[in-house]
Design a protein around this ligand. Structure first.
Ligand SMILES: [Zn+2]
Length: 422
C-alpha cells in the first residue's frame, strides 16, 4: 500500500463513520504564539473541547502537516525519527469516547490495512481500567500484551502552553525480541528499537491553564494521532522511514547526485538527514517561514544548515539542497499542490541561504577536521569548548552538528556553557 493510498483509506474510513474531513491546518500556526510549528492534529480543534456553545461538528478526521525539531540529532540515526511528518487523526468533541476510539483503531489497523494482530501491543494509563477492559473485549489483548504506565508515559498534552489534555492509550508494533535489547523488562517504553509507537489514542478530559491548573473539560472526547510515514513503513515492510515510497525517490536522487556508490553507514545517515530536512524546509517555506536568527526562522535556518553541512560532508560544495527540494515537491505535489505553486520561491530561498553559508561552512569544516585529526592522532580526547564555540559563532555550525561529526570520528565535544544548546 502506498502512502497516498493509506492517507485516503484513513479519511474514507472515518468519513463513513460520520466524521467531517477537515483540511490540515497550516504548519505555521496562526494566532498561537506559544507554538513555533504545528505539532499535532488536535491543535486546530482545541477550542472545540472547551467550548460551551455551538460547534460546527462533533466528529472530525484530518491529515495534519506537523514539524517537530526537538530530536534533530536522532534524525537519520534511528529508523523512526523525522522532523516533518503527516499525522492522521480522528477526533470527538463531546461525542464518542474510549470504546469507539479503541474499536475503530483496532479495526483499521488489523482489518483495513492488514497488520497482523499478533504484532501489536498496547499501553494503557495505570488508572484507566475502562480502556484496558475495552482492549480485552475488542482485540483480545490481555495483560501479557497490555502495558500499564503512569502520567510520564500515558498522559498527553497540552500542545503548547495550555489546552486539553488527558490519559492516553498507545498501539505499538512489536518487531520481536531479536530486534531489541533482549532484557526481560524490555517493553514499549524502551527505546532499543524493538517497539515503535503506531497510534496514540488520547482521551481529553481536562483543560490545563498556562499556570498548570487543570479543570474538567466541557466536552470530553477523543484525539488520536498516527504518523502516516510510520504506518507506511510498517505496511510496506520497510526497515526504516527512509525506505518507504515517499522517501525512496528522494534518497535515490541524493545518492545519484553525490555519486554515493558503496559508502558506509555514516554517509547513509547524511543522506537521510538531507532527505528529511529538505522535506521540512519545503513545507515550512511554502507557508512563508523563512530562515532567520530567531524563533521559528532560527529553527528553519538550523535545519537548513544541518543539511548543508551534511551535503558538504558528502563532498558537495555547490548549492545542492534546492535541487533535492525540487525532487521532494515532485513526490509530494499530488497530495500538496501548494508545494508546486511555491516551487520557485522554495528553490530561491533555499539556494540563497545555501550560497551564503557554503563558504563559511567549508572553512569551519576544515577547522573541525584538523581538530579531529589532531585528537585522533593524539590517542583520543574531546574537541575543546573554544573550538565548538568558534564553529558556532563564526562559522554557523549548530552545536549538535559539531557533536554528530565528531562522534562519527569517535570523538566527543566539550560544550562551552549554558548557551551550549544553541
Ligand atoms: Zn528494549
Amino acid at each position: 500500500m502506498t502512502t497516498d493510498e493509506l492517507r485516503r483509506l484513513f479519511l474514507d474510513y472515518f468519513r463513513e463513520r460520520g466524521h467531517t474531513v477537515v483540511p490540515s491546518a497550516s504548519l505555521v500556526p496562526e494566532g498561537d504564539p506559544t507554538l513555533l510549528f504545528n505539532v499535532a492534529g488536535m491543535v486546530q480543534f482545541k477550542q472545540f473541547y472547551a467550548s460551551k456553545g455551538e460547534i460546527p461538528f462533533t466528529r472530525a478526521a484530518s491529515v495534519q502537516k506537523c514539524l517537530r525539531a526537538t530530536d534533530l540529532e536522532e534524525v537519520g540515526r534511528t529508523i523512526k525519527h523525522h522532523t516533518f511528518f503527516e499525522m492522521l487523526g480522528n477526533f470527538s468533541f463531546g461525542d464518542y469516547f474510549k470504546r469507539e476510539a479503541v474499536e475503530w483503531a483496532w479495526d483499521f489497523l488489523t482489518d483495513v490495512v492488514g497488520i497482523p494482530a499478533e504484532r501489536l501491543v498496547v499501553s494503557v494509563h495505570v488508572d484507566d481500567e475502562e480502556s484496558a477492559g475495552i482492549w480485552r473485549e475488542t482485540a483480545g489483548i490481555g495483560e501479557e500484551r497490555s502495558y500499564r504506565r503512569g502520567d510520564e508515559g500515558n498522559f498527553w498534552g497540552p500542545a503548547g502552553a495550555s489546552g486539553p489534555c488527558g490519559p492516553c492509550s498507545e498501539v505499538h508494533d512489536d518487531f520481536g525480541p531479536e530486534a531489541g535489547c533482549g532484557r526481560v523488562e524490555c517493553d514499549p517504553a524502551c527505546d532499543c528499537g524493538r517497539y515503535i509507537e503506531v497510534w496514540n489514542l488520547v482521551f481529553p478530559q481536562f483543560y490545563q491553564d498556562t499556570d498548570g491548573e487543570r479543570r474538567p473539560l466541557e466536552r470530553r472526547g477523543v484525539d488520536t494521532g498516527m504518523g502516516l510515514e510510520r504506518l507506511a513503513m510498517i505496511c510496506q515492510g520497510a526497515d526504516t522511514l527512509f525506505a518507504t515510497d515517499v522517501f525512496r525517490p528522494i534518497v535515490g536522487f541524493i545518492k545519484d547526485e553525490v555519486d554515493f556508490g558503496d559508502r558506509g553507514e555514516a554517509d547513509e545517515v547524511g543522506v537521510r538527514v538531507i532527505a528529511d530536512h529538505a522535506r521540512a524546509l519545503c513545507f515550512a517555506i511554502s507557508e512563508g517561514a523563512l530562515p532567520s536568527n530567531e524563533g521559528r526562522g532560527y529553527v528553519i535556518r538550523r535545519i537548513l544548515r544541518r543539511a548543508v553541512v551534511r551535503a558538504l560532508n558528502l563532498g558537495v560544495d555547490k548549492p545542492f539542497l534546492y535541487k533535492v527540494a525540487g525532487r521532494v515537491i515532485d513526490v509530494m505535489r499530488d497530495a500538496y499542490p501548494e508545494l508546486d505553486e511555491k516551487r520557485e520561491q522554495i528553490a530561491i530561498v533555499i539556494k540563497s541561504d545555501e550560497e551564503r553559508f557554503q563558504g563559511t561552512l567549508e572553512r569551519g569544516m576544515n577547522i573541525l577536521s584538523e581538530a579531529l585529526d589532531e585528537i585522533v592522532r593524539g590517542g583520543g580526547g574531546e574537541v575543546p569548548g573554544e573550538t565548538v564555540f568558534k564553529l558556532y559563532d563564526t562559522y554557523g555550525f549548530p552545536v549538535e552538528i559539531t557533536r554528530e561529526l565528531a562522534s562519527s570520528a569517535g570523538v566527543s565535544i566539550r560544550a562551552w556553557g549554558s548557551n551550549g544548546s544553541r
